[in-house]
Design a protein around this ligand. Sequence first.
Ligand SMILES: [Zn+2]
Ligand SMILES: [Zn+2]
Ligand SMILES: [Zn+2]
Ligand SMILES: [Zn+2]
Length: 361
Amino acid sequence: MRVLSSNMDKTAPDPTVAAITGQMELSVRDAAASVLVALLFGFLVRRWVKRTPRVMARDTRRGHRWSHTGMFSQPSYCNICESLLMTSRGAFCDACGVCACPTCVRPANKQLTCKAVTSREASHKHHWVQGNLPFDSTCEVCDSSVGDSPELTGQRCCWCHRTIHDQCRKNISEVCDLGEFSQYIVPPTCVKVRATTTVPRRLTVAQVSRPATSTGAGADKPWTPLIVLGNRKSGSTDAEQVLSAFRRYLNPAQVVDLGDQRPEDGLEWCHLVGPERCRVLVAGGDGTVDWVLNAIENLKLQPPPAVGILPLGTGNDLSRVLGSGEAYVEVDPEQVLRRLQRAEVINVDRWLVRGWSLNRP
Ligand SMILES: [Zn+2]
Ligand SMILES: [Zn+2]
Ligand SMILES: [Zn+2]
Ligand SMILES: [Zn+2]
C-alpha cells in the first residue's frame, strides 16, 4: 500500500494528484491480476475439459461430411443439378451418400439434410436419399430392380439401406427398423447431445437410452452397439476409407477417428451404453490395437468390451493369431458386420513384459 507524503513544498507533487495517481496504479494492478486469474482459470477449465473423456460428434445439421474425389466408382449424379459425375471432380457425403458437383456442394449443405446423430422424433424414420443406388438394387416394395436407369432415380435409406422406386415410397411405412445390422446401431432418437464450447461445429454425446424393440434390435438380437476406432493419420489412406465406409452403416458418432480424439473419448460410449453391451472394432495395426487395449485397461471398464480387429498395419500379429486376418483387403462393411455377428467372444490374457540389457553395468 502506498503512503502519501506530508511534504508540501513547491517541488512536491500535489497530494490530490498523487492520490489519484496512486488509485489509478492500484486499479491497473488489480485489473492485471484479475486478467491473470481469469486466464489461469480458463486454462485449467480447458485442461479439465480436454482430459475428461467424451464422445464428440460432428454437427450434421451444419452440412454434409464431404469426401472429394476425381473418380467415382460407379456412374453418379449430382443430387442438386443432376449432372453426371463419373469423369469429373465431385464430392460425396460419407455419412448419407449424397453426391454433389463442386458448384453444388454449398447448395447441397443447405437443401439436403445429412444423416442425423441425434433426433427428437418419437420414432426413427427412414431417411431417403435420391438416386446413385448400387447396380443390383431391388425395390423393397415391388421386388423389381431399381436404380438401373441412367438418371437420378430410386431412393435408398441411409440407415437401413433399403432401396425403393420413387413411386413406391407411398407404399412403405415411414418407420425405419435400421435393417439387418440394427443390433450395432445407436438410433438418433436414443441420443441426447449438448453443444461443445471448445470446438466449433461439434457436439458431445451426453446421454444414450436403449432403443424400443420396434426400432433397432428386437428380443432375438440383443442390442450391442458397435464403436469403430481408427486413425486416419496413421500413415495410410486405408483407415480413412474404413472409417468413411462405416459411417454409412452406423450412427456417424459411433465412428471415432483417433487422429482427432483419444481412444478414451471413443470408449466413453461404453459408459454411455454399458460396457457389457459395447462392441469395439479397431481398424489399424498392432500399435493402434495396443493403444486401444491400454485405454480399456486404464479406464477399468468392467466387464471389458469385446474387441474385434480389422487389420490395417504391416505386422498384424495379434489379428493373425486371433483369426481376424493378416492384411487389409478392400473392406465391405456388410461382410465385416456379418462376420462380427457370427464371431465368438473369447478371453485373452495380456502381459506386460519389462526387459533390460544384460550388458548393463
Ligand atoms: Zn451439381
Ligand atoms: Zn450427408
Ligand atoms: Zn430405413
Ligand atoms: Zn418399387
